[in-house]
Design a protein around this ligand. Sequence first.
Ligand code: SF4
Length: 257
Amino acid sequence: MTFYNKNQNPLNTLIEQMEIFGNDLFISKEELISSFSSKNYVLENQPLKVSDSNESFLFEAEDDLWSNAKDLNDLYSKINTCTKCELHKNRTNFVFGSGNPNSDVMIIGEGPGAEEDIQGLPFVGRAGMLLTDILKAIKFSRDEVYIANIVKCRPPNNRTPFQDEMNTCLPYLKKQIELIQPKLILCLGLTAAKGLLGKKDSLTSLRGKIFNFNNSIKVMVTFHPAALLRNPGWKRDCWKDVQEFRKLYDEIKSNSN
Ligand code: SF4
C-alpha cells in the first residue's frame, strides 16, 4: 500500500484521511514510520517532527516544541541548537542563562561577549565581575537571581544585535520569564530595555522609571556594566538606579507577605 504521494505533504494526506475515516488510521505503525522516515517535511514553512509514543503518533511543528517546555531544563534542551538567525554561525556556545530558576529577580543584558561565548554562561567576563559587585552592593548574590540576555549567541565583534536577530530570539527569553515568573526585572543597557519593553527612548529617559512587563512584572533600567567599565563616571548614577531597584524589591516582598 502506498500511503501517500511523495510529492504531496504527508500531513495533508493524514488530515484528509482523518476527515474521511475519523481518528483511526488504516495503516500499520511500521508503514507510517517508514512513510515519514526522512522527517523533513514542511507544512506552511514549519519543519515537522514525527515522534512515536507508546500509544499514539504525534505530529508537531518542530518550531513550536520549545514553546511547550515545562521547565528551564526542558526549554534549554529544545533550543540550544537553534539556528534561526545568523548569530548561530559564529557562536562557540549557546548562552542560555543562569541562576535561580525560581527567583523573584531577573537581570537581563544584551548578548554574550567573548568570554560568555567561550564558557556558555552569561556575564562571566570583566563586565560580569562588575555585575556581581553591583548585585552584592544591593544584597543579592548571583545565585539568588536569574541572569539572561536578549540574544543567546554572540554577535560578531560584540556588535549590538540587529533588530531582526532580537525579534527572532526574544520569544525564548519571554518563555524563560514565563517559566521563572519573577516579580522584578532589571534591564542592563538600552538594547535590553528596547528588546524587552519595545521602547525607543534614550537610556537617560528610561532610567529611574518603573515599567510593567505582561502587566504583572515590574521592570527598571540601568547601565550595562560594560558601559560602566568604559565610563566609570556613570557608576554613581547606576548606584542610584540599583538602590531604587532594591527598594522596589523590598516593597513588593513586604506587600506579598
Ligand atoms: S541568537 Fe537566538 S535566535 Fe539567533 S541562533 Fe542564537 S538562539 Fe537562535
